[in-house]
Design a protein around this ligand. Structure first.
Ligand SMILES: [Zn+2]
Length: 113
């Protein structure tokens, strides 16, 4: 399952950070999730609940910030907002958009005590 492996890699990053800073408790984890990353936010939250249970991040607040999708239109030669993969260009209506932004998920911030 996609979200479970994502949650596992988030746990690794969180634990590494907590250990490096010698902290016992993680208060907040801030994640950035691109609109085009096809990550199911609710499923990810559920998986994080499970994988973080026995770590210093148990019970930590998970804040998720959406990163808007961006596509490049070769016809218009400009970047345009792209809410979903395979949407047409809002300017010329063409379907040549190449997604360039909002594709990935990353841990942006870890707040510790
Ligand atoms: Zn266009």
């Amino acid at each position: 399952m996609h979200e479970l492996s994502l949650a596992e890699s988030i746990r690794a990053i969180v634990e590494e950070t907590a250990q490096a800073q010698g902290c016992s408790r993680v208060r907040t984890v801030v994640l950035e999730i691109g609109e085009l990353s096809s990550v199911e936010v609710e499923a990810l939250r559920f998986c994080l609940d499970t994988v973080l249970r026995d770590t210093s991040a148990a019970g930590a607040a998970i804040e998720i910030e959406a990163v808007p999708g961006v596509g490049w239109c070769p016809a218009c030669e400009r970047s345009v907002p792209l809410a979903q993969r395979y949407d047409p260009c809002p300017h010329c209506g063409g379907y040549q958009l190449r997604p360039t932004g909002g594709l990935e998920m990353r841990v942006r911030e870890i707040e510790i005590e």
